[in-house]
Ligand binder design. Structure first.
Ligand code: VGL
Ligand code: ZN
Length: 201
Protein backbone atom coordinates (compact mmCIF):
# COMPACT_ATOMS: atom_id res chain seq x y z
CA UNK A 1 0.00 0.00 0.00
CA UNK A 2 1.41 3.35 -0.99
CA UNK A 3 0.54 7.00 -0.93
CA UNK A 4 0.93 9.64 -3.64
CA UNK A 5 0.70 13.39 -3.92
CA UNK A 6 -1.43 14.55 -6.85
CA UNK A 7 -0.66 18.10 -8.04
CA UNK A 8 -3.67 19.23 -10.01
CA UNK A 9 -3.47 21.67 -12.93
CA UNK A 10 -0.87 24.07 -11.52
CA UNK A 11 -0.57 25.71 -14.93
CA UNK A 12 0.02 29.25 -16.12
CA UNK A 13 -3.51 29.76 -17.40
CA UNK A 14 -4.93 29.06 -13.92
CA UNK A 15 -2.55 31.56 -12.28
CA UNK A 16 -3.08 35.33 -12.09
CA UNK A 17 -2.51 36.82 -15.55
CA UNK A 18 -3.53 33.55 -17.21
CA UNK A 19 -6.53 33.00 -19.45
CA UNK A 20 -8.58 31.50 -16.61
CA UNK A 21 -6.62 32.99 -13.75
CA UNK A 22 -7.71 31.73 -10.34
CA UNK A 23 -7.37 34.50 -7.73
CA UNK A 24 -4.09 33.98 -5.85
CA UNK A 25 -3.59 30.71 -7.75
CA UNK A 26 0.19 31.00 -7.81
CA UNK A 27 0.23 30.97 -4.00
CA UNK A 28 -0.14 27.19 -4.13
CA UNK A 29 3.22 26.71 -5.86
CA UNK A 30 5.59 26.97 -2.85
CA UNK A 31 3.29 24.79 -0.74
CA UNK A 32 3.04 22.20 -3.52
CA UNK A 33 6.83 22.20 -3.79
CA UNK A 34 7.22 21.69 -0.06
CA UNK A 35 4.72 18.82 -0.04
CA UNK A 36 6.42 17.22 -3.04
CA UNK A 37 9.64 16.95 -1.04
CA UNK A 38 7.78 14.98 1.64
CA UNK A 39 6.26 12.38 -0.69
CA UNK A 40 7.84 9.37 -2.28
CA UNK A 41 5.40 9.44 -5.20
CA UNK A 42 4.34 12.63 -6.98
CA UNK A 43 1.89 12.72 -9.89
CA UNK A 44 0.71 15.69 -11.94
CA UNK A 45 -2.38 16.50 -13.93
CA UNK A 46 -2.38 18.90 -16.85
CA UNK A 47 -5.47 20.42 -18.45
CA UNK A 48 -4.72 19.93 -22.15
CA UNK A 49 -7.29 21.15 -24.65
CA UNK A 50 -7.10 21.18 -28.44
CA UNK A 51 -7.79 24.58 -30.05
CA UNK A 52 -11.54 25.12 -30.42
CA UNK A 53 -12.43 22.82 -27.52
CA UNK A 54 -16.17 22.49 -26.86
CA UNK A 55 -15.80 23.89 -23.31
CA UNK A 56 -14.63 27.23 -24.73
CA UNK A 57 -17.32 29.94 -24.86
CA UNK A 58 -15.70 31.11 -28.09
CA UNK A 59 -17.12 28.00 -29.81
CA UNK A 60 -20.74 28.79 -28.95
CA UNK A 61 -22.36 31.72 -30.73
CA UNK A 62 -23.80 34.29 -28.37
CA UNK A 63 -22.35 32.64 -25.27
CA UNK A 64 -19.97 34.15 -22.77
CA UNK A 65 -17.46 32.55 -20.42
CA UNK A 66 -18.97 31.24 -17.16
CA UNK A 67 -22.41 30.68 -18.71
CA UNK A 68 -23.74 27.13 -18.58
CA UNK A 69 -24.97 25.22 -21.61
CA UNK A 70 -26.28 21.74 -22.21
CA UNK A 71 -24.00 19.29 -24.05
CA UNK A 72 -24.67 15.65 -24.91
CA UNK A 73 -23.45 14.54 -21.47
CA UNK A 74 -25.23 17.23 -19.46
CA UNK A 75 -24.59 20.73 -18.15
CA UNK A 76 -21.27 22.30 -19.06
CA UNK A 77 -19.87 25.58 -17.81
CA UNK A 78 -18.24 27.56 -20.60
CA UNK A 79 -14.73 28.90 -20.10
CA UNK A 80 -12.41 31.36 -21.74
CA UNK A 81 -10.03 29.59 -24.15
CA UNK A 82 -7.41 28.11 -21.80
CA UNK A 83 -4.70 25.47 -21.52
CA UNK A 84 -4.47 24.98 -25.27
CA UNK A 85 -2.07 22.16 -26.11
CA UNK A 86 1.47 23.36 -26.71
CA UNK A 87 0.90 26.95 -25.57
CA UNK A 88 2.69 28.59 -22.65
CA UNK A 89 -0.66 28.90 -20.88
CA UNK A 90 -0.81 25.12 -20.70
CA UNK A 91 2.70 24.86 -19.24
CA UNK A 92 3.16 24.20 -15.55
CA UNK A 93 3.96 27.27 -13.46
CA UNK A 94 7.65 27.97 -13.94
CA UNK A 95 8.39 27.68 -10.21
CA UNK A 96 6.57 24.38 -9.79
CA UNK A 97 9.13 21.69 -9.16
CA UNK A 98 8.09 18.91 -11.52
CA UNK A 99 11.31 16.90 -11.50
CA UNK A 100 9.95 14.37 -9.02
CA UNK A 101 6.77 13.72 -10.97
CA UNK A 102 6.49 10.05 -11.91
CA UNK A 103 3.66 10.62 -14.33
CA UNK A 104 1.68 13.42 -15.93
CA UNK A 105 -1.94 12.68 -16.66
CA UNK A 106 -3.40 14.92 -19.34
CA UNK A 107 -7.12 15.52 -19.60
CA UNK A 108 -9.62 17.43 -21.68
CA UNK A 109 -7.95 16.52 -24.96
CA UNK A 110 -11.09 15.10 -26.58
CA UNK A 111 -12.59 17.94 -28.63
CA UNK A 112 -16.18 17.35 -27.51
CA UNK A 113 -15.82 16.35 -23.84
CA UNK A 114 -14.49 18.47 -21.00
CA UNK A 115 -12.68 16.84 -18.12
CA UNK A 116 -12.43 18.20 -14.61
CA UNK A 117 -11.68 14.98 -12.78
CA UNK A 118 -8.32 13.28 -13.08
CA UNK A 119 -10.22 9.97 -13.28
CA UNK A 120 -13.19 10.50 -15.60
CA UNK A 121 -14.12 13.05 -18.21
CA UNK A 122 -17.25 15.10 -17.69
CA UNK A 123 -19.44 12.40 -19.27
CA UNK A 124 -18.56 10.43 -16.09
CA UNK A 125 -17.81 7.35 -18.17
CA UNK A 126 -14.70 8.00 -20.27
CA UNK A 127 -11.75 7.03 -18.07
CA UNK A 128 -8.42 8.86 -18.12
CA UNK A 129 -6.54 5.70 -17.16
CA UNK A 130 -5.44 6.99 -13.76
CA UNK A 131 -7.43 4.39 -11.80
CA UNK A 132 -5.63 1.52 -13.48
CA UNK A 133 -2.27 3.21 -13.08
CA UNK A 134 -2.78 3.72 -9.36
CA UNK A 135 -4.16 0.23 -8.73
CA UNK A 136 -1.36 -1.42 -10.65
CA UNK A 137 1.13 0.50 -8.56
CA UNK A 138 -0.67 -0.32 -5.33
CA UNK A 139 -1.26 3.35 -4.54
CA UNK A 140 -4.40 3.55 -2.41
CA UNK A 141 -3.96 6.84 -0.59
CA UNK A 142 -4.00 10.18 -2.36
CA UNK A 143 -3.23 13.69 -1.17
CA UNK A 144 -4.53 16.32 -3.58
CA UNK A 145 -3.68 19.99 -4.01
CA UNK A 146 -3.89 22.50 -6.84
CA UNK A 147 -6.30 24.42 -9.06
CA UNK A 148 -9.09 24.94 -9.10
CA UNK A 149 -10.41 23.79 -5.71
CA UNK A 150 -14.06 23.86 -6.79
CA UNK A 151 -13.56 22.19 -10.18
CA UNK A 152 -10.68 19.86 -10.91
CA UNK A 153 -9.68 19.31 -7.30
CA UNK A 154 -13.25 18.67 -6.18
CA UNK A 155 -14.16 16.33 -9.04
CA UNK A 156 -10.91 14.41 -8.70
CA UNK A 157 -11.41 14.00 -4.95
CA UNK A 158 -15.03 12.87 -5.31
CA UNK A 159 -14.21 10.33 -8.02
CA UNK A 160 -11.21 9.01 -6.08
CA UNK A 161 -13.29 8.61 -2.97
CA UNK A 162 -16.05 6.82 -4.89
CA UNK A 163 -13.43 4.51 -6.39
CA UNK A 164 -12.28 3.52 -2.92
CA UNK A 165 -9.12 5.57 -2.52
CA UNK A 166 -8.39 7.34 0.74
CA UNK A 167 -8.37 11.03 -0.15
CA UNK A 168 -7.02 14.09 1.63
CA UNK A 169 -7.28 17.61 0.18
CA UNK A 170 -4.84 20.18 1.60
CA UNK A 171 -6.84 23.37 1.39
CA UNK A 172 -3.98 25.82 1.93
CA UNK A 173 -2.50 24.53 -1.32
CA UNK A 174 -5.71 25.02 -3.34
CA UNK A 175 -7.46 28.10 -4.70
CA UNK A 176 -11.04 28.35 -6.04
CA UNK A 177 -12.65 29.97 -9.07
CA UNK A 178 -15.80 30.35 -6.92
CA UNK A 179 -18.73 30.69 -9.34
CA UNK A 180 -21.98 31.21 -7.44
CA UNK A 181 -20.59 29.90 -4.19
CA UNK A 182 -19.02 26.83 -5.79
CA UNK A 183 -16.16 26.79 -3.27
CA UNK A 184 -18.51 26.28 -0.32
CA UNK A 185 -20.55 23.72 -2.28
CA UNK A 186 -17.35 21.85 -3.08
CA UNK A 187 -16.32 21.75 0.56
CA UNK A 188 -19.70 20.33 1.57
CA UNK A 189 -19.73 17.74 -1.20
CA UNK A 190 -16.23 16.54 -0.40
CA UNK A 191 -16.92 16.37 3.31
CA UNK A 192 -20.13 14.39 2.66
CA UNK A 193 -18.18 11.96 0.48
CA UNK A 194 -15.67 11.26 3.22
CA UNK A 195 -12.80 13.25 1.75
CA UNK A 196 -10.46 14.41 4.50
CA UNK A 197 -10.09 18.18 4.34
CA UNK A 198 -7.18 19.78 6.12
CA UNK A 199 -5.54 23.23 6.08
CA UNK A 200 -2.03 21.83 6.26
CA UNK A 201 -0.49 18.39 6.25
C1 VGL B 1 -10.43 23.60 -14.66
C2 VGL B 1 -12.15 24.81 -15.55
C3 VGL B 1 -11.82 24.38 -16.80
C4 VGL B 1 -9.66 23.20 -13.44
C5 VGL B 1 -10.10 23.15 -15.92
O1 VGL B 1 -8.50 22.78 -13.57
O2 VGL B 1 -10.22 23.32 -12.33
N1 VGL B 1 -11.47 24.42 -14.49
N2 VGL B 1 -10.79 23.56 -16.99
ZN1 ZN C 1 -10.09 23.17 -18.92
Amino acid sequence: MAEALLLIDIQNDFCPGGALGVPDGDAVVPIANRLARQFEHVLLTQDWHPPGHSSFASQHAGKSPFETISLSYGAQTLWPDHCVQGTSGADFHLDLNVTKAEMIIRKGFRPTIDSYSAFFENDHTTPTGLTGYLRERDISELVMVGLAYDFCVQYSALDASRLGFTVTVVQSACRAINLDGSAATATEAMRAAGVRLTETL
